[in-house]
Design a protein around this ligand. Sequence first.
Ligand SMILES: [Zn+2]
Length: 263
Amino acid sequence: MAVLSSEAVVLRTWPVHEADLIVSFFTRDYGRMRGVAKAALKSRKRFGGALEPMTLTRAWFAERPRQELVRLDQLEILRSPLSAPVDHTRMAVLSFYAELLDEALPERDPQDAVFRLLVSVLEHTRAVEDFPRSQNRDRGHHENGPWMALTYFSLWMTRLMGLLPDIAGCIVCGEALHAAEISFSSYTDGLVCALHANGSASALAADSWQLAQRMLRAPASSFAAEPWPRRRGHDLRRFTLQTLERHLERKLRTAEALARLGG
Ligand SMILES: [Zn+2]
């Protein structure tokens, strides 16, 4: 069997048999795959710390005749999430990325735009206390936390999955929306005007709407220097999460954990 190779991000692993692991991983060239890492629990040499979820790797793997799972031969770490400071909040956000991708990505269907999105947000998914506060001020760093990256990832996943109608207009009447008169509901995609907001609708703050429009036009890096307190874009994250969960037809376990951390 020919051995294939691709950049890949590890999504999750679970033990099988004695020392084997099943690994769900998202490759840039072949899409999401599942493979068996033989004796991964015994042979630390071949996989080392590369099986930590959200590790960016170079993966080598091969198809097996009449088998659904590929044979995962080797992972070489390109960037480990553990090379930056870790806290509960950052780990919860990384787990959310992993669960959403594992649930949402079709198997063996390359999704280059999603892969690029993931690599770009991973770089900005920081621990809350990544830099001492005084240093933040001195250097003009405001990015003390994962909130920008989480907001950007959730919004773009909604867009790339085709679940985000044009947010400039009301999805019911098509009229242009006006800041501070915008709502979203848990039953439909998109945003609605004041006239079409029903009883179950939640408001989307003007600031969050404008932020969403900017985020759909610019790379994640261009938001990194802005202040990102936890509350910023909270309603926007809720809007995108509701949309994603409605289409997945299930609640994401990691989203509940994030909600408990105030995400
Ligand atoms: Zn309307």
